[in-house]
Ligand binder design. Structure first.
Ligand code: NCD
Length: 340
């Protein structure tokens, strides 16, 4: 049954200083303390605003270090964003792509990571099809590991860039708090690691997440993650402060080793899906004044999101991409070169 719209206020955000140092890895936002999440977002904001000497200091933070990008799954923007982030901190980048690496010759993820570590890298950024892959690697190597997306599980740096964008665009940077803010996540939530990280992050900062979609894409069981589930996009649009549209992850409809379960085909037809869930210009006009449209990319224009909305005045999609570099610079800085 769909949850009712009335709700109890989310718990007040923790105000105490971080009880433990951040890290050693960044594997997910689920279970991370609000204090640590705020530390990442604050550092992202610091980097975003830095100029002059402060910027010059940031650009030297990882001088002489090498960051390994281990991408066992396709990625355009996340891999490029991590590469640019590492270079902007003064580091060099070793790019290892799934198709070109020995993983295709049967070498395991762990062996590949151990080999890359033995070459002397300062951190490993991992993307893999298997949920838990980054945690598995982190359990075996000594250097920091950053999860750049593991199956349908988590994508923590995307969650952090989304938090920064929300706080920045909705005027919640000082204090860093999302209480009273409603984020609607629309579409293939079940297949989305971006959504899992966003639900955890927004909840930790006191905001509310409503997942919207048909049962195959937004099952009631998502409520266990701390969000509400609703079937009607038209009901939610007038009350949301931000709407995050998701691509249907057709590739994850297949059985993926390491993920909880294979999925049957998720929508009957694109036409039917669009009738209920596409963010068209007509639907965008129902949104609150000042409410924003987000998308982690890649966008399937004309399926979940129409071009005039993606490129329209509410869209912060390119701000998210821009913030991605700052959020990854923040993560690499805090984990590889923490300040005393
Ligand atoms: C997402 C991903 O790969 O999880 N994209 C991204 O990282 N920017 C979402 C997607 O693939 O649809």
């Amino acid at each position: 049954m769909t949850a009712a719209l009335s709700h109890t206020a989310p718990p007040a955000p923790a105000r105490s200083a971080p009880p433990a140092p951040i890290g050693p890895h960044l594997l997910g936002l689920q279970g991370m303390s609000a204090a640590h999440i705020r530390e990442y977002v604050r550092e992202t904001a610091h980097i975003a605003g830095a100029t002059g000497d402060a910027l010059a200091t940031i650009e030297r933070r990882l001088r002489g270090r090498i960051i390994a990008n281990l991408f066992f799954e396709d990625s355009t923007r996340t891999r490029t964003s991590f590469g640019i982030a590492a270079r902007r901190l003064g580091a060099d980048v070793a790019d290892l792509l799934g198709g070109a690496s020995s993983v295709n010759k049967g070498e395991t993820l762990i062996d590949t990571a151990l080999n890359v570590e033995a070459m002397g890298v300062a951190a490993i950024v991992v993307r893999a099809k298997q949920a838990g892959a980054a945690a598995l690697i982190a359990s075996r190597v000594r250097c920091p590991v950053i999860n750049a997306g593991d199956g349908r599980h988590e994508h923590p740096t995307q969650g952090l860039l989304d938090l920064y964008t929300l706080c920045d665009r909705l005027g919640r940077r000082d204090p860093l708090d999302l209480s009273g803010v409603r984020l609607a996540i629309v579409g293939d939530v079940a297949g989305s690691r971006v959504a899992r990280s966003a639900i955890a992050g927004v909840g930790a900062l006191g905001g509310e997440v409503i997942c919207v979609g048909p049962p195959a894409l937004a099952p009631e069981s998502l409520a266990r993650l701390g969000c509400r589930v609703h079937r009607s996009l038209d009901d939610i649009l007038p009350i949301a402060d931000a709407v995050m549209m998701l691509r249907i992850q057709f590739e994850r409809a297949e059985s993926t080793p390491g993920t909880p379960a294979a999925r049957p085909p998720v929508i009957a037809s694109v036409r039917e899906y669009r009738a209920g869930y596409a963010l068209t210009a007509q639907r965008a006009a129902m949104m609150k004044p000042g409410a924003i449209v987000m998308h982690p990319g890649p966008i399937n224009r004309g399926i979940e999101l129409d071009a005039d909305v993606a490129d329209g005045p509410r869209s912060v999609i390119l701000d998210q991409v821009r913030a991605g570099v700052w959020a990854r610079m923040a993560a690499l800085s805090l984990l590889v070169a923490p300040r005393a």
